[in-house]
Design a protein around this ligand. Structure first.
Ligand SMILES: [Zn+2]
Length: 230
């Protein structure tokens, strides 16, 4: 099982993706092996204590003190007893958190700089997949702010957000720059697209009005069941 997941993760060749991008930046080192450091202790503990199954999909190794991984995490919530099977981001600074809830785990590491770095790295993957930066740059009016851009600019950005949510829903292993599968966040999308967060919030409301996402609270975008079925 673990072997199969790892083999899949290797198929997403980060180095190859980076080579295709005009400006090569420092390469993240993919580690198709088991966890290391504090995440390893956390995963071992959760597997032993709660019976969770935790498998790394991708690990970003930076020169800093924290390793950041995108993992598949399955288990029963320690408090509610509810079964979960999801993908989410994890970092060495998870050590010391009680419980095994994926949402709480993500919340715990969200402010970490290493996590933000890894999300920015994933933005390159997103950009390569959807050519977001290129398209938005071509559509962008040079002398106007984010809000005052043309209809085609906003339409393209809104469509890309919908595409990202769908990619996550259908292929969560590909980690489209979100922090937990099943959602994307305004704050992260604003960073990925280099847009003002208020503009991304407005996109969220447009996507909600058109039924692509549901229950938008101004931060978290979740695909509606209708758009998944489509
Ligand atoms: Zn961290």
């Amino acid at each position: 099982m673990r072997h199969e997941i790892l083999r899949h993760s290797v198929a997403i060749d980060e180095q190859e993706v980076f080579c295709l991008i005009h400006k090569p930046v420092a390469l993240p080192e993919i580690q198709p092996s088991h966890f290391v450091g504090r995440v390893a202790s956390w995963a071992e503990y959760a597997e032993r204590r709660y019976g969770d199954s935790i498998n790394p999909v991708m690990t970003y190794v930076e020169s800093g003190p924290h390793h950041v991984s995108w993992i598949h995490h399955e288990g029963d919530d320690w408090q509610s007893g509810e079964h979960f099977s999801t993908y989410h981001v994890i970092c060495d600074c998870i050590a010391g958190l009680n419980g095994n809830s994926p949402q709480q785990s993500v919340q715990h590491v969200l402010g970490c700089n290493a996590v933000l770095h890894a999300l920015q790295r994933r933005a390159v993957f997103v950009d390569h997949t959807y050519r977001t930066g290129e398209i938005l740059a071509a559509l962008r009016g040079p002398d106007t702010g984010d809000f005052e851009q043309k209809y085609t600019f906003h339409k393209s950005a809104v469509k890309t957000i919908g595409d990202l949510l769908e990619l996550d829903a259908r292929h969560p292993k590909e980690w489209p720059g979100n922090v937990i599968s099943g959602e994307h966040r305004v704050s992260v999308l604003a960073t990925l697209f280099q847009l003002h967060p208020e503009v991304v919030k407005w996109y969220g409301r447009l996507l909600e009005e058109s039924g692509v996402i549901e229950d938008f609270d101004g931060e978290i975008l979740r695909l509606s069941p209708e758009s998944l079925a489509a």
